[in-house]
Design a protein around this ligand. Structure first.
Ligand code: SF4
Length: 297
């Protein structure tokens, strides 16, 4: 029986079958925790370990110090590379100055290797959020100096004539966006080689939110505003034609968001911990919604 049977009878919320922490984020947090027990000193983290404010606050309590530049890290300190990775140039500098702990997600490492293997006479097009740490890191590995970051259709249309282009995507882009741009570019560059797609964790969360959106009037995505993959989940739900909101926790859920919605879908980005998903569900219960089950599609 579908979990949505009888949904018209009362207000209910449904949870995405795949949501919240991905394996890369779990791994990065576990590496940080292990570092805390092994090193009694502060642990300097470049940018953020993962893009979630709640996770970062908990890390501060454990002794993390977040910095925007390696110049803010004292020589000899313990410095951590987050799940998004860094460029090889930056990693080399870090290893010369600090004790480095690397929590780059293995899936991002694969992308870095793909970029490194691009030949000097080829052009590398990367579908990405410009300036995102993962994109900066991956492009730093590029084997060619001919680099073209593409964030939207306009960027794709503005590309010059390319002779030997290869295409890869940041791991957390929308699958629909990647397919659209790939199709568009293939028309212009028939020999285009597509070497790296979004990661499995992102595609599973995006498929799962599509199922939710097909069956709910409103979708809440739990995540921080600077989380790329959480923002993509909002976009996926909206493209399915439902109202979708990014909420950091239960306090951010308002009656206005839910106006007229008898069924609400709950999902979360890959950097969102279970505590926050539970907090949003608790808030929905307070607003009169009962737990309708997990939506596996
Ligand atoms: S979203 Fe994908 S690439 Fe990013 S940390 Fe998770 S598994 Fe790794």
């Amino acid at each position: 029986m579908s979990p949505f049977d009888g949904k018209a009878q009362k207000k209910r919320f449904f949870t995405a079958g795949v949501c919240g922490f991905c394996h890369g984020v779990r791994r990065a947090i576990s590496i940080f925790e292990q570092a805390c027990s092994e090193h009694k000193s502060k642990i300097y983290v470049l940018h953020e370990l993962v893009h979630n404010t709640f996770v970062s606050r908990n890390m501060l309590v454990r002794g993390a110090v977040f910095v925007d530049s390696i110049d803010d890290i004292p020589a000899g300190a313990v410095a951590m590379i987050g799940a998004h990775g860094v460029s090889p140039q930056l990693e080399k500098l870090m290893r010369e100055r600090f004790t480095v702990i690397d929590s780059t997600c293995p899936r991002v490492k694969t992308l870095q290797t793909m970029a490194e293997n691009v030949k000097p006479d080829e052009e590398l097009i990367m579908l990405c959020k410009k300036g995102h740490p993962e994109a900066v890191g991956v492009l730093g590995y590029s084997g060619t100096e001919k680099i073209y970051p593409v964030s939207d259709v306009q960027d794709a249309a503005n590309l010059p004539e390319l002779k030997n282009a290869v295409l890869l995507s940041q791991t957390t882009m929308s699958g629909a966006f990647v397919r659209e741009i790939h199709e568009l570019l293939k028309k212009r560059f028939p020999e285009l080689e597509f070497i790296g797609n979004i990661c499995d964790a992102s595609s599973k969360r995006q498929s799962s939110v599509e199922k939710l959106a097909e069956n709910c009037r409103c979708v809440l995505v739990v995540g921080s505003p600077h989380s790329s993959n959480a923002a993509e989940l909002v976009g996926v739900a909206e493209r399915c034609g439902v109202a979708a909101y990014l909420v950091e926790n239960g306090n951010a859920v308002t009656s206005d968001m839910l106006a007229g919605a008898d069924t609400v879908g709950v999902t979360a980005g890959a950097s969102t911990p279970d505590e926050l998903i539970d907090d949003v569900k608790k808030r929905l219960s307070e607003l009169g919604y009962s737990d309708g089950d997990v939506c596996n599609g």
